[in-house]
Design a protein around this ligand. Sequence first.
Ligand code: SAH
Ligand code: SF4
Length: 344
Amino acid sequence: MSEKTILSGLSQNEIEKITDELKMSKFRARQIHNWIYLKSVSSIDEMTDLALSAREELKKVADITNIKIHTKQTSSDGTIKYLLEFEDGERVETVLMRFDNRANLTACVSSQVGCAVNCSFCATGKRGFIRNLTYKEIVEQVLAIQRDTGLKVTNVVFMGQGEPLLNLENVLKAMEILNNDFQIGQRRLTVSTSGIIPSIYELADLDMQSTLAISLHASNHATRLKLMKIEDKYDMTELHKALKHYIAKTNRRITIEYLLIKDLNDTLESAKELVHYLSDIKCNINLIPYNPTEKNDYEKPSRNSVMRFKSLLEQSGKKVTVRLERGSDIDAACGQLKGRVEGD
Ligand code: SAH
Ligand code: SF4
């Protein structure tokens, strides 16, 4: 364990405590804060507007980070997948997605090592739950991307490994830092959940502008139970009540994520049932064609059936998008994150 204070994840006030100790002015704290979050330097030596002596003093007591990039893979579509290693040796994946002709740089961050929810289609769940990430480990993922690419992340989605609403305290604190310190607007933050109902009620009370995305994936109880055993604990009927409450309280439109699996939930009947379930829910729908992972029998739907499903839903007047598949050649697409390298 390093004895030094890690600067990444510290607020302006926390940095001021260090600069006070070193008898530096508050203005120095502001400069250090900018170097960390906005200019994303990898070393204290790069903080060139601090006097050399100040940098030397700071280096005695502080480090930028204690996480390592274990592996980095770049997809043919420009998506970058990082396997990051924390101090205790645990690893998670973080993905940077760029979308053509848009200035957006979206970081897909993990909130836990492994996941207890264990959905049948997802590679992350296969490992079981290992531990929660701290809020610092969550924001470090965004900083690792910024340091490595020299670019500023503009959007963050909590869609990597783990169930963010089972680590709510750290996720909320990380969102606060992303908003205040990275200056990423709340509307550019999205939290995706398998539907942890008590946490949805908690979120409803917080009056945030960020987007809540719900992994629904089925149009009836039996099908959802097959895909997501969490349906046994938090079923679609209760989820529906929670979502209505959330929307009424926040006045925000939510996103419904629907995984499309060939012949399982991509039928005409499923589309009709889904339209009915969502009829009084203010939402956009995001269809996610299933990405193959090892050890299950599910198949990707054909392009035609995705388009047919999309147009059936559109008849209800809702906005429907099909999620672009990013980085599948490097196993960085949705559901393919395992937190390991081959042979580990
Ligand atoms: N635990 C949260 C967030 C992480 S998963 C959740 O489940 O919502 C992010 C999204 O990827 C979820 O909608 C999830 O259901 C989806 N996903 C998981 N496995 C997938 C797969 N094999 N193919 C496509 N999407 C998948
Ligand atoms: Fe966990 Fe989400 Fe994967 Fe389900 S889909 S196992 S909730 S990470």
